[in-house]
Design a protein around this ligand. Structure first.
Ligand code: ME8
Length: 521
């Protein structure tokens, strides 16, 4: 791959390390992983960034509550919790940025100094409510009765400080113009509308420093103040790939290859930061804006947004211990339209696991392998063709690719699973177990089994980004790597080319892909 090719650059939010990951933070990270794996499978150069947001009052309070110095607290949580959880979920991120790393802190200070020199920053007095849960300066109109934060249902503290301000309001006309000309820059449409109506309101300049605590990056020209945690955090997307480094340097080259980001994946709770403040910061710095901010909905448990600070928090392991990692990765993207809120229920997850994964997909694969073992001595039979299956596959690949690239994970996965149902229908209709009873119909039997195997080859590739582990087991048991190469190197654009499984490749009965739940519970 040429080094000058622009990478498809996707980011997740960097999560606060006030606690460990839960299924909400895993939802965003898995979605990012599936999308980047899909783009890799398209043969594109990809850069996938995640990380942790370690400064600010919220993290400081968590560390204090545990009697640990904030840096030690962050180190411990990142190494013992965040990184291992992402590894356990098979997240293939290319980089992991921590905002306490020198590579980030130095670039943030340099960028801020540049904005100050260019006249975008001034000193002033800030007075108003602040929600530590959101780490956000609130407008009185944002709050519920009793000055409660609408997201955290907790009272805000009143901040009154001499701070440094960023001239956010100066960028409002340019931001409105940007969204008018590039509607795809903020999706879904409901998110874009919210951003536009916010911009059409009374947008204030933003306080970007704090003086009452010191857990943050010092303001370079006024070290009694630390940089506001969101100003620090948003910059991670650019500092991680070499923001403002010299053109010919390693960082400079990386920046040229990755920036602008293609997708900032976020939850709708942090939409304004990403679709108002962040692009204004980039405009001030004279940098191109990210191509898309996509705000997905919330996972709800018991009718409430699941969050680290509430008792309704579910750790990914509670689910993966029952259903396995791949079913976890599959379920949320399959069940909830990306962009809308969705409720998690064990019953719905168990129902989909059994009907879609164990029955439709897992059983199809195990029946096919068993029949090839029984009727063909375990070797893939001669290449055959079925025009209906072939055209259904072509259609599936185009539909799935269009949907996945548009972040319609539900649409993409549904079209793949519809093809799976169709293959099941083909097997039911052709009744290979009946055909096998008549030796004169051996050619017919071989053709049915080849067509089924070939369809399953395609399913393994198309589902690989969603369920990397299970599809790898399936690929091996189909004996596909000997004739087709590794699963990771299969390209989406070639999936529908029929006849790739090689005659004579040996199939093997692998592990059951999706064991019956009764055996696991
Ligand atoms: O906001 N449903 O970090 P955070 C769906 N550090 N997604 C959820 C969710 C839920 N119930 N709960 C959390 C921060 N998320 C900042 C970000 S970025 C420069 C700084 C996901 O730890 C979702 O992506 O509070 C949400 O936006 C993010 O976690 C918030 O994570």
């Amino acid at each position: 791959m040429s080094t000058s090719q622009k990478s498809f650059y996707l980011t997740t939010p960097i999560y606060y390390v006030n606690d460990s990951p839960h299924i909400g933070t895993a939802y965003t990270t898995v979605a990012g992983d599936v999308l980047t794996r899909w783009h890799r499978q398209k043969g594109e150069s990809v850069w996938f960034l995640t990380g942790t947001d370690e400064h600010g009052q919220k993290v400081l309070s968590a560390a204090e509550a545990h009697g640990v110095a904030p840096q030690d607290w962050c180190d411990r949580l990142v190494e013992d919790s965040w990184k291992p959880v992402w590894k356990s979920l098979n997240i293939a991120n290319d980089d992991f940025i921590r905002t306490t790393e020198p590579r980030h802190m130095e670039r943030v200070q340099r960028f801020l100094s540049r904005l100050k020199d260019q006249g975008h920053i001034y000193s002033g007095k800030y007075e108003g409510p602040y929600c530590i849960g959101c780490e956000e300066f609130k407008l009185p109109g944002d709050l519920l009765e009793g000055d409660l934060c609408p997201i955290h249902s907790k009272p805000c503290e009143i901040v009154s400080e001499e701070n440094w301000f960023f001239k956010l309001s100066a960028f409002v006309p340019a931001l409105l113009e940007h969204y008018k000309n590039n509607p795809q820059a903020c999706e879904p449409a409901s998110a874009r509308n919210e951003v536009i109506s916010f911009l059409e309101g009374d947008v204030q300049d933003l306080s970007i420093s704090r003086s009452t605590f010191d857990w943050g990056i010092p303001v370079p020209w006024d070290t009694k103040q630390v940089i506001y945690v969101w100003f620090d955090a948003l910059l991670n997307y650019a500092t991680a790939v070499g923001l403002d480094d010299e053109a010919g340097s390693v960082g400079g080259k990386k920046f040229a290859q990755t920036w602008p980001a293609d997708v900032h994946l976020v939850g709708k709770d942090i939409l304004r930061f990403h679709a108002v403040i962040w692009p204004a910061m980039l405009m001030a710095g004279g940098l191109p804006l990210a191509k898309k901010v996509f705000a997905h909905g919330w996972l709800m448990v018991g009718g409430e947004k699941m969050s680290k600070s509430k008792a309704n928090k579910i750790a990914p392991a509670e689910i993966t211990d029952h259903f396995g990692v791949d079913a976890f990765r599959y379920y949320f993207l399959r069940a909830i339209p990306f962009g809308q809120d969705g409720s998690f229920s064990w019953e719905d997850m168990a129902a989909r696991y059994t009907s879609e994964l164990a029955n439709d997909f897992g059983n199809l694969a195990s029946r096919l392998i068993a029949m090839i073992e029984k009727y063909c001595d375990g070797a893939i039979p001669e290449v055959a063709h079925d025009s209906t299956l072939e055209s259904a596959l072509s259609e599936t690949v185009s539909k799935a690719d269009a949907a996945m690239c548009a972040l319609d994970f539900q649409g993409g996965i549904t079209s793949i699973m519809e093809f799976c149902k169709r293959v099941n229908g083909y097997v039911t209709e052709k009744e290979p177990w009946v055909v096998a009873k008549d030796e004169s119909r051996k050619g017919e039997l071989d053709a049915i089994l080849y067509n089924t195997a070939e369809s399953i080859r395609a399913l393994a590739i198309l589902l690989h980004p969603v369920m990397p582990e299970t599809t790898e087991i399936l690929w091996e048991s189909l004996g596909a790597s000997s004739g087709c190469g590794s699963l990771a190197e299969q390209k989406i654009s070639d999936v529908a080319t029929w006849g790739q499984l090689k005659q004579g490749s040996k199939v093997t009965k692998g592990a059951v892909l999706f064991p019956r739940l009764e055996e696991k519970l």
